[in-house]
Ligand binder design. Structure first.
Ligand SMILES: Cc1cc2nc3c(=O)[nH]c(=O)nc-3n(C[C@H](O)[C@H](O)[C@H](O)COP(=O)(O)O)c2cc1C
Length: 188
């Protein structure tokens, strides 16, 4: 059987394709890259993974952008350890993408413009009051009051990308900022 995804057999095309899938996730709410999994490491070394929304993807700078509540555990974890991994399984492309990143937490005046652009109904995800994850007496015993000071932007400076393509032949490649994203085939 021939490879249904010719881009998967060329390092340059594969790298381009990874970024075009990521960029699609920013604009298409149905794209699998819309909802990657962000993994951080807790203070006791426990991996922590959760779904997030991809807000921006810049191939030139190799950066991705996420939004979060600054009171959330992931932010505490990132303040202690700025290393994170983002994971996507894109079934129609038969492609797993793993991106290792250094994270910068942006807040306050740096994110005021983005806050202004957020639709009113989205703002309650960033709130004053009890922090996400706090125990409560009943399932709905919480209030979400939008609070700009709780709004944080995570800028992920991608350091490495590991791509796994499943086809008639499986292919795996690694890319790194250090070698200008040239790429290296790997055993899948
Ligand atoms: C579809 C979906 C999208 C989500 N998007 C975000 C997001 O963009 N940012 C975010 O901080 N949490 C998002 N969450 C919630 C996180 O998965 C997580 O529950 C929350 O951020 C608390 O995580 P933490 O306690 O590990 O910090 C999303 C959850 C789902 C199910």
């Amino acid at each position: 059987m021939s490879n249904p995804h010719p881009w998967a057999a060329d390092l340059g095309l594969l790298h381009d394709h990874i970024w075009s899938r990521l960029i699609r996730g920013v604009h298409d709410r149905h794209a699998p890259t819309r909802h990657p999994t962000l993994a951080t490491v807790s203070a006791n070394g426990m991996p922590q993974a959760r779904t997030v929304v991809l807000r921006d993807a810049d191939k030139q700078a190799a950066t991705l952008t996420l939004y979060t509540d600054l009171h959330s555990a992931k932010v505490t974890e990132l303040r202690a350890n700025l290393l994170a991994e983002l994971h996507v399984w894109d079934p129609s492309a038969h492609l797993q993408i793993r991106l290792a990143a250094e994270v910068t937490i942006l807040e306050g005046a740096e994110v005021a413009e983005r806050w202004q652009r957020l639709p009113e109904h989205s703002r309650s995800a960033y709130s004053s009051g009890l922090a996400p994850g706090k125990p409560i007496a009943d399932s709905l015993a919480y209030a979400k009051t939008p609070d700009q000071t709780a709004f944080g932007v995570l800028r992920l400076d991608i350091q490495t990308i590991d791509a796994l393509h499943l086809g008639p032949d499986h292919r795996r490649a690694g890319f790194s900022r250090a070698d200008h994203w040239e790429g290296q085939w790997r055993v899948p």
